[in-house]
Structures are given as C-alpha cells and as structure tokens.
Design a protein around this ligand. Sequence first.
Ligand code: SAM
Length: 330
Amino acid sequence: VARVWKQLAELLDHHRQLVDDTERCETFYSAISQVVRPGDVVLDIGAGTGLLSLFACQAGAKKVHAVETGVIADVAEELFASNGCQDRVSLFRHPSTELVLPERVDVVVSESLWNFGIGEGITRAMADARRRLLKPRGRLIPEHLSLRLAPVENPELEERLSVWARPTFGVDLSRVAVLARNNVYHTELDRDSLLAAPETLSEITLGEEPEVIRGVCEFVVRRRGTVHGLGGWFDARLCGGLTITNQPPSPTPSWKHAFFPVSEPIDVRAGDLLRAELQCVGNESAWRWAVRHYPASNRTPARELLHSTLRGFPTALERAAQGERLSATV
Ligand SMILES: C[S@@+](CC[C@H](N)C(=O)[O-])C[C@H]1O[C@@H](n2cnc3c(N)ncnc32)[C@H](O)[C@@H]1O
C-alpha cells in the first residue's frame, strides 16, 4: 500500500507540473481553440488529467473521446464530471491503437511528447489514429516534429556514469559502466554546454506511417572541450504558426533534454568534425547511436564510438534473440 501511495503522489506531482506549465498549456489551448470547430468530434490520445479534452469541450466539441492507459485516467474521470462534461467525453483506459470508434473524428490531439519529441510512441499512435480514426480532411495537433541534436559537454552526468568504472571496496563494477553508457538519459542543457551549433536530425510529419526514425548530423566543433554525449530536443508545430520547443535552456518545466552518452569522453578542438548517426526503432523504445570524430589537425586518427540500448540492459540481447522485433534493426 505504501508503495502505491508513493507512486500516486509522484504521478499527481508529475501532472501538477504539466498543468502548471503556462507555456505548454497556453500553446495547446491556443492550438485547440484555432483548430476545433463547434460541433467537432475530437480524440485526445494520452489524456492524462483530461486537460486537453476539457480545452476541446471549451472550444465547442460536441464529443471528445479521451484515451489514457495510466491510472491518471481516474483523475480525468473526476475532472470530466466536476467540469460538467461527463456527457460529452467518453474515457477509454487502453492504448489508442486498440480503440474502436463508431465514427471518425475531426481532430486528434496528443501531448505525449518526450524530451526528444519521440520516445513515448507518438509517431505510431498518430499514424494509427490518422489511418483508422480520423476523417480524410481531419487535423492532427501536433502536426510536425523537428528533432534537433548537438554534441555536449556534461561533466556532471559524466561523473555519474564514471562511478561504475571505479572499483568500490575491491568490487569491480565496470560491467555496469558498459550498460550505463548504452542507455538514454534526460538532463538539463544550457547553451554553453553545446560544443557545436545544433543540427536537425529528422523532420517528422505526424500521421505518416513511421519508418525507422534515423538521421545523420555533421558538426563543426566551435570550441575546445570534451564531448560527453549527444543532446537532443524538439520543435513541435501544433498548427499553423504555433510551435512549442524545449531548446536549451528549456523554456518549459515539462521537458528536459535527451542525453545519449558516449562510451568514452572525446577531447575536441575548434574546427574538428563530429559525425553523429542516431536511429530509433521498436515504437520509440530502442535507440542506436554512433559518434565519429575527425580531428582537424589530423594528428590523431578518427575514432568511432558505437552504442545501442540493446546493450544497455543485461538480458536485452537475449530477449531480442528470442524474437523481439528489435533484433533485426538495432
Ligand atoms: C505527458 S502526459 C499528457 C497528459 C495530458 N494530455 C496533458 O496535456 O496534460 C502523456 C500521457 O499519455 C499517455 N499515453 C501515451 N501514449 C498513449 C497511447 N497511445 N494511448 C493511451 N495513452 C497514452 C501516458 O500514459 C501519459 O499519461
């Protein structure tokens, strides 16, 4: 009971942060007010507390289908009733990909954006909704994602990762160092930590069937420093001219930044070239990234560091070999 109570308190606090994020709420509120017409039918994927469903009701939707897999759906149910919208909103407690509706909807809205934009399954959920549940001329909010990437210096996270490389009271923990450096983290980046100008890794039109999300970026290093990993963030176009971003320093408390560590720090100088390749598969659950360093001086040879989240958990490779879809691609 104590564990459930603690988890619920953390969940409520997470959603408190989301509803208390003025920038996020204002941008979604404006987009919903612009796109939803009186009498529309709306689908809210990942409704959480039901906030966006209630925005859609305020914009005049005659019906809202809210879908939420988490226990926060209980809160949404309460809020739909206490806001007098229980007759206009129907709540489904399963993944949107299992939703069957009696009618196609005019608008699909979803705020299930991770720190890198993708990472919580938004591409597959939106493509599925467009194919099965949206009217031919219906609209998606957001409609487009741009994924941005930059090499970053992050001594604080590097220190946390390097703990595993140090023996502790005679115990060798270095096997964990390999796992730790093949996982994806979130961190808070500022502009000074970026060692090169950010590049766009991928442009994603939401609603299109997601292929493997993959991109390559080349960076010219702008100052001497040490690359500890790649930092990632997003620009999401909700509709027309309305965009929300968490570019560093993040203007919103809802999102930090994605961090893909490198297996060993890379010392760089201004003018060096870094080539980063990043791939995301398995409904945004598995990642592979590679960083290649070409020193401008040419005195040291190029280095290549390869990483995959399949190497980031002790049994992941075994599970993949047993037939998980990831094995073929990562
Ligand atoms: C960041 S919260 C957003 C909450 C709410 N939309 C808001 O704006 O305040 C994302 C929620 O989406 C849910 N979710 C993500 N993908 C989903 C899907 N395909 N079907 C149902 N729920 C989903 C998660 O359980 C999570 O509670």
